[in-house]
Ligand binder design. Structure first.
Ligand code: SAM
Length: 216
Protein backbone atom coordinates (compact mmCIF):
# COMPACT_ATOMS: atom_id res chain seq x y z
CA UNK A 1 0.00 0.00 0.00
CA UNK A 2 2.73 2.50 0.99
CA UNK A 3 4.84 2.00 -2.13
CA UNK A 4 5.57 5.73 -1.92
CA UNK A 5 8.30 4.82 0.55
CA UNK A 6 11.12 4.00 -1.77
CA UNK A 7 13.67 1.62 -0.33
CA UNK A 8 16.57 3.37 1.40
CA UNK A 9 18.58 0.11 1.49
CA UNK A 10 21.87 1.91 1.91
CA UNK A 11 23.78 -0.84 3.72
CA UNK A 12 26.40 -0.20 6.36
CA UNK A 13 29.97 -0.53 5.07
CA UNK A 14 31.44 -3.53 6.99
CA UNK A 15 34.98 -2.08 6.72
CA UNK A 16 33.76 0.45 9.33
CA UNK A 17 32.56 -2.14 11.86
CA UNK A 18 35.14 -1.01 14.43
CA UNK A 19 33.53 2.45 14.45
CA UNK A 20 30.30 0.83 15.67
CA UNK A 21 32.14 -0.44 18.74
CA UNK A 22 33.18 2.99 19.98
CA UNK A 23 32.06 3.77 23.58
CA UNK A 24 31.38 7.36 22.45
CA UNK A 25 28.21 5.93 20.88
CA UNK A 26 26.75 5.81 24.38
CA UNK A 27 26.20 9.54 23.94
CA UNK A 28 23.51 8.74 21.35
CA UNK A 29 21.24 7.16 23.96
CA UNK A 30 21.60 5.34 27.26
CA UNK A 31 20.94 1.63 26.52
CA UNK A 32 20.47 0.69 30.21
CA UNK A 33 17.72 3.23 30.61
CA UNK A 34 16.08 2.99 27.18
CA UNK A 35 15.87 -0.83 26.94
CA UNK A 36 14.33 -1.03 30.42
CA UNK A 37 11.90 1.79 29.69
CA UNK A 38 10.87 -0.09 26.57
CA UNK A 39 9.90 -3.04 28.77
CA UNK A 40 12.81 -5.44 28.30
CA UNK A 41 12.97 -7.71 31.34
CA UNK A 42 14.79 -10.66 32.85
CA UNK A 43 13.88 -14.02 31.33
CA UNK A 44 12.90 -12.64 27.92
CA UNK A 45 14.11 -14.00 24.60
CA UNK A 46 15.32 -10.93 22.75
CA UNK A 47 16.27 -10.63 19.08
CA UNK A 48 18.85 -7.99 18.08
CA UNK A 49 18.32 -7.48 14.33
CA UNK A 50 21.34 -6.06 12.52
CA UNK A 51 23.65 -6.41 15.51
CA UNK A 52 26.66 -5.00 13.57
CA UNK A 53 29.65 -5.06 15.93
CA UNK A 54 27.38 -6.28 18.74
CA UNK A 55 27.67 -2.93 20.50
CA UNK A 56 24.40 -3.34 22.42
CA UNK A 57 24.86 -7.04 23.25
CA UNK A 58 26.36 -6.55 26.74
CA UNK A 59 23.37 -4.39 27.78
CA UNK A 60 20.78 -6.78 26.33
CA UNK A 61 22.58 -9.76 27.87
CA UNK A 62 22.67 -8.16 31.32
CA UNK A 63 19.00 -7.19 31.33
CA UNK A 64 17.58 -10.55 30.17
CA UNK A 65 19.92 -12.33 32.61
CA UNK A 66 20.52 -16.01 33.23
CA UNK A 67 16.98 -17.10 32.49
CA UNK A 68 16.79 -15.10 29.24
CA UNK A 69 18.57 -15.30 25.92
CA UNK A 70 19.79 -12.88 23.27
CA UNK A 71 19.65 -13.89 19.60
CA UNK A 72 21.73 -11.51 17.47
CA UNK A 73 21.53 -11.64 13.67
CA UNK A 74 23.09 -9.78 10.76
CA UNK A 75 23.18 -10.26 6.98
CA UNK A 76 26.86 -9.32 6.87
CA UNK A 77 29.23 -12.25 7.62
CA UNK A 78 31.98 -9.89 8.88
CA UNK A 79 29.55 -8.42 11.39
CA UNK A 80 28.50 -11.89 12.57
CA UNK A 81 32.16 -12.84 13.13
CA UNK A 82 32.88 -9.57 14.95
CA UNK A 83 29.82 -9.77 17.20
CA UNK A 84 30.36 -13.47 17.94
CA UNK A 85 33.99 -12.82 19.02
CA UNK A 86 32.88 -9.88 21.11
CA UNK A 87 30.26 -12.00 22.91
CA UNK A 88 32.84 -14.75 23.50
CA UNK A 89 35.52 -12.35 24.75
CA UNK A 90 33.09 -10.71 27.17
CA UNK A 91 31.80 -14.10 28.34
CA UNK A 92 28.22 -13.30 27.34
CA UNK A 93 26.97 -16.85 27.98
CA UNK A 94 23.36 -16.07 27.01
CA UNK A 95 24.12 -14.60 23.55
CA UNK A 96 23.93 -16.48 20.23
CA UNK A 97 24.99 -14.78 17.00
CA UNK A 98 23.82 -16.01 13.58
CA UNK A 99 23.91 -15.01 9.91
CA UNK A 100 20.53 -14.06 8.48
CA UNK A 101 19.17 -13.19 5.03
CA UNK A 102 17.56 -9.91 3.96
CA UNK A 103 13.98 -10.96 4.78
CA UNK A 104 14.62 -14.27 6.46
CA UNK A 105 15.49 -14.54 10.14
CA UNK A 106 16.95 -17.95 11.09
CA UNK A 107 14.51 -18.56 13.96
CA UNK A 108 11.32 -20.62 14.33
CA UNK A 109 7.78 -19.21 14.45
CA UNK A 110 6.36 -17.77 17.71
CA UNK A 111 9.72 -17.73 19.47
CA UNK A 112 10.78 -14.21 20.51
CA UNK A 113 9.44 -11.88 23.29
CA UNK A 114 11.19 -8.66 22.33
CA UNK A 115 12.84 -7.48 19.10
CA UNK A 116 15.18 -4.53 18.89
CA UNK A 117 16.29 -2.85 15.71
CA UNK A 118 18.86 -0.19 16.38
CA UNK A 119 19.93 2.03 13.47
CA UNK A 120 18.84 -0.74 11.07
CA UNK A 121 15.31 0.00 9.87
CA UNK A 122 16.44 2.55 7.27
CA UNK A 123 18.73 -0.12 5.72
CA UNK A 124 15.97 -2.65 5.01
CA UNK A 125 15.23 -3.39 1.35
CA UNK A 126 11.56 -4.02 2.02
CA UNK A 127 10.55 -2.76 5.48
CA UNK A 128 6.95 -4.04 5.30
CA UNK A 129 8.04 -7.53 4.31
CA UNK A 130 10.68 -7.46 7.04
CA UNK A 131 8.11 -6.41 9.65
CA UNK A 132 6.00 -9.43 8.59
CA UNK A 133 9.03 -11.64 9.14
CA UNK A 134 9.45 -10.09 12.60
CA UNK A 135 5.83 -10.97 13.29
CA UNK A 136 6.45 -14.57 12.26
CA UNK A 137 9.30 -15.13 14.73
CA UNK A 138 7.52 -13.34 17.58
CA UNK A 139 5.32 -14.91 20.24
CA UNK A 140 1.59 -14.11 20.08
CA UNK A 141 2.08 -11.08 22.36
CA UNK A 142 5.49 -9.48 22.04
CA UNK A 143 7.29 -6.20 21.50
CA UNK A 144 9.34 -4.44 18.85
CA UNK A 145 11.57 -1.47 19.70
CA UNK A 146 13.00 0.50 16.80
CA UNK A 147 15.61 3.18 17.36
CA UNK A 148 16.73 5.17 14.36
CA UNK A 149 18.10 8.51 13.21
CA UNK A 150 15.78 11.50 13.10
CA UNK A 151 14.97 12.66 9.59
CA UNK A 152 16.71 16.01 9.96
CA UNK A 153 20.07 17.65 9.38
CA UNK A 154 22.62 16.23 11.83
CA UNK A 155 26.40 16.13 12.21
CA UNK A 156 26.21 12.33 12.71
CA UNK A 157 24.71 9.33 10.92
CA UNK A 158 23.31 9.02 7.38
CA UNK A 159 21.82 12.06 5.59
CA UNK A 160 18.11 12.75 6.23
CA UNK A 161 17.06 11.58 2.76
CA UNK A 162 18.38 8.09 3.60
CA UNK A 163 16.26 7.60 6.73
CA UNK A 164 12.53 7.40 7.47
CA UNK A 165 10.51 9.68 9.70
CA UNK A 166 8.72 8.22 12.73
CA UNK A 167 5.47 8.70 10.83
CA UNK A 168 6.67 6.69 7.82
CA UNK A 169 7.97 3.85 10.01
CA UNK A 170 4.66 3.76 11.89
CA UNK A 171 2.66 3.46 8.66
CA UNK A 172 4.84 0.61 7.41
CA UNK A 173 4.59 -1.29 10.70
CA UNK A 174 0.83 -0.96 10.68
CA UNK A 175 0.70 -2.15 7.09
CA UNK A 176 2.51 -5.30 8.23
CA UNK A 177 -0.09 -5.80 10.97
CA UNK A 178 1.92 -4.53 13.95
CA UNK A 179 0.41 -2.01 16.37
CA UNK A 180 2.39 1.12 17.10
CA UNK A 181 2.29 1.86 20.83
CA UNK A 182 4.33 4.99 21.30
CA UNK A 183 6.95 7.18 19.72
CA UNK A 184 9.55 8.77 21.97
CA UNK A 185 12.73 10.80 21.73
CA UNK A 186 15.60 8.64 23.00
CA UNK A 187 18.40 11.10 22.31
CA UNK A 188 19.17 14.37 20.58
CA UNK A 189 19.55 12.64 17.20
CA UNK A 190 17.33 9.58 17.43
CA UNK A 191 13.78 8.49 18.09
CA UNK A 192 12.33 5.29 19.48
CA UNK A 193 9.23 3.55 18.19
CA UNK A 194 7.56 0.96 20.27
CA UNK A 195 5.21 -1.50 18.60
CA UNK A 196 3.32 -4.58 19.69
CA UNK A 197 2.88 -7.85 17.90
CA UNK A 198 -0.52 -9.22 18.79
CA UNK A 199 -1.46 -12.48 17.12
CA UNK A 200 -4.42 -13.25 19.40
CA UNK A 201 -6.97 -11.09 21.18
CA UNK A 202 -5.06 -9.88 24.27
CA UNK A 203 -7.98 -10.58 26.66
CA UNK A 204 -7.91 -14.25 25.63
CA UNK A 205 -4.14 -14.49 25.91
CA UNK A 206 -2.54 -14.95 29.33
CA UNK A 207 0.82 -13.24 29.33
CA UNK A 208 3.11 -11.90 32.05
CA UNK A 209 3.78 -8.91 29.77
CA UNK A 210 1.92 -5.72 30.60
CA UNK A 211 0.38 -3.27 28.16
CA UNK A 212 1.51 -0.51 28.21
CA UNK A 213 5.10 -1.55 28.87
CA UNK A 214 7.60 0.13 31.11
CA UNK A 215 9.09 -0.15 34.54
CA UNK A 216 6.87 -2.03 37.01
N1 SAM B 1 22.56 -2.23 15.49
C1 SAM B 1 24.00 -2.05 15.42
C2 SAM B 1 24.40 -0.83 16.20
O1 SAM B 1 23.62 0.15 16.29
O2 SAM B 1 25.51 -0.81 16.73
C3 SAM B 1 24.49 -1.95 13.99
C4 SAM B 1 23.94 -0.83 13.15
S1 SAM B 1 24.57 -0.82 11.48
C5 SAM B 1 24.31 0.86 11.06
C6 SAM B 1 23.30 -1.67 10.59
C7 SAM B 1 23.52 -3.19 10.57
O3 SAM B 1 22.31 -3.80 10.07
C8 SAM B 1 24.64 -3.63 9.64
O4 SAM B 1 25.51 -4.50 10.35
C9 SAM B 1 23.91 -4.36 8.50
O5 SAM B 1 24.68 -5.42 7.95
C10 SAM B 1 22.67 -4.86 9.22
N2 SAM B 1 21.51 -5.14 8.33
C11 SAM B 1 21.06 -4.42 7.28
N3 SAM B 1 19.97 -5.00 6.74
C12 SAM B 1 19.71 -6.11 7.48
C13 SAM B 1 18.70 -7.13 7.43
N4 SAM B 1 17.74 -7.13 6.51
N5 SAM B 1 18.73 -8.12 8.37
C14 SAM B 1 19.71 -8.14 9.32
N6 SAM B 1 20.69 -7.21 9.41
C15 SAM B 1 20.69 -6.20 8.52
Amino acid sequence: MYAIFKSMAHKFDPSKLQKLDNPERLELFDPHKVFREFGLKGGMKVLDVGTGAGFYLPYLSEIVGQSGKVYAVDIEPLAVDYARKKAENLGLFNVEVALSKENQIPLPDDFIDFVCMIFVFHELENPVEFAREIKRVCKPLSYLAIIDWKKEERDKGPPPEEVYSEWEVGLMLEEAGLRVGRVVEVGQHCYGIYAMIIKEEPEKFQSPIKIPPGLA
